[in-house]
Design a protein around this ligand. Structure first.
Ligand code: SF4
Length: 380
């Protein structure tokens, strides 16, 4: 089977879902090393040893949330001492003097923060720092604001864009399979709704990222269903900029406690290498950028994943609170100089990017392999 998959990769042909499932089910270390090497080869052909990163920050405008996702250690009811709602002054202060090019802007779902309040935060950033790219709202937030304002999701996206949203976060995808969503986030939007909202954004000319949150109670078949939905969407719109696998952090979440009760144990490094490499093999050039996460893995292991299909080291990332609340131990900031140093030490070429993967010299979103990405849908 591995030879069959290699031959498909050499002829730039899509691997099937059954082949992806076979790759995910591999346990033999020697075979897995061949899988990592194949992913590395695709990455080299697409990205030529360039490792990108972005100078950015996360801004979580509130941690108060009405939902109870079992994997979430970030949410608060609202009456705890550390529950918060951030103001316009807060967001401007947090940007000051940092020279960042992107803010990832997301929050909990609460009637205490109206859609207009969140838009106000976007507007004030655009007014004071028009050069900063606002990567804002998850599809879940778009749905929430649609329901609470009686606007269509398209109208919410349009108002967000008018307030300054430049692209949509591909978060809240978790696992795009309702069997798992029912268990870990039963009150969240369905997999179909997630795809529908992202498709609507793409139709409007708003690009998005894509994520998967893996390493909990899901099985390989659910990973395949997830990747399949993303690849189909990307074939349709071509507007997904990157694939970001997010390894579940079990320490402080109810889902982690449930896993410990059930005796679920995982080789987390192997899991991470599998997801990055099979993701790279499955997407080939449909989604050219695969991101690894120093926040979740630590910088040393994140660098080692650059040889298993990843080409992006994510962001310098001030103010990463979600992973730290979940038990992540890897701090909240790595300097641009440190990124450059570790990438060069790995024998790769560092390159700072913007959110849409434009570099100073050229844009990395074009195709170099024969697999074709459809042209973006024009802005309506
Ligand atoms: S993951 Fe998001 S929607 Fe779910 S409980 Fe946490 S903050 Fe709320």
């Amino acid at each position: 089977m591995l030879n069959q998959i290699k031959s498909k990769i050499h002829s730039h042909t899509d691997i099937t879902n059954d082949e992806a499932l076979w790759l995910f089910n591999l346990e033999d270390e020697v075979a897995l090393r061949e899988v990592y090497a194949l992913a590395d080869q695709i990455n080299e052909e697409l990205n030529h040893g360039v490792v990108s990163y972005i100078h950015n920050m996360n801004f979580n405008y509130t941690n108060i949330c009405e939902l109870y996702c079992t994997f979430c250690a970030f949410r608060r009811d609202g009456d705890e001492a550390d529950a918060y709602i951030r103001s316009e002054k807060d967001i401007l202060q947090s940007i000051e003097g940092r020279g960042i090019s992107e803010i990832t802007f997301q929050g909990g779902l609460t009637e205490k923060v109206k859609f207009e309040d969140a838009l106000g935060l976007l507007r004030v950033v655009k007014r004071e720092h028009p050069e900063i790219h606002l990567h804002a709202f998850s599809p879940e937030e778009i749905d929430y604001y649609s329901r609470t304002t009686s606007r269509t999701r398209r109208e919410v996206l349009q108002e967000a864009r008018e307030a300054g949203m430049d692209s949509l976060c591909g978060t809240a995808a978790e696992i795009l399979d309702d069997e798992i969503r029912q268990k870990i986030c039963p009150t969240k939007i369905s997999a179909d709704d997630w795809i529908s909202i992202v498709r609507t954004a793409h139709e409007m000319g708003i690009r998005s990222t894509s994520t998967i949150m893996y390493g909990h109670i899901e099985r390989p078949k659910h990973w395949v269903n997830h990747l399949s939905r993303l690849r189909e969407l990307q074939k349709e719109t071509g507007m997904i900029t990157e694939f970001i696998p997010l390894l579940f952090m079990p320490d402080n979440a109810n889902l982690g406690r449930q896993m410990r009760r059930l005796g679920i144990q995982q080789n987390r490094e192997r899991l991470a290498l599998k997801m990055l490499s099979v993701g790279r093999i499955y997407f080939q050039n449909y989604i050219r950028n695969v991101q690894t996460s120093w926040v979740k893995f630590g910088l040393d292991f994140a660098v080692s994943t650059l040889f298993a299909g990843a080409n992006d080291l994510s962001g310098t990332l001030y103010s990463e609170t979600i992973t730290r609340d979940a038990g992540g131990q890897n701090g909240e900031y790595v300097s641009l100089e440190e990124f450059e140093r570790v990438i060069r030490a790995a024998g790769k070429t560092p390159q700072e990017r913007d959110t849409l993967y434009s570099f100073q010299k050229g844009n990395s979103l074009g195709t170099k392999r024969s697999v074709q990405i459809p042209s973006p849908v024009p802005v309506s």
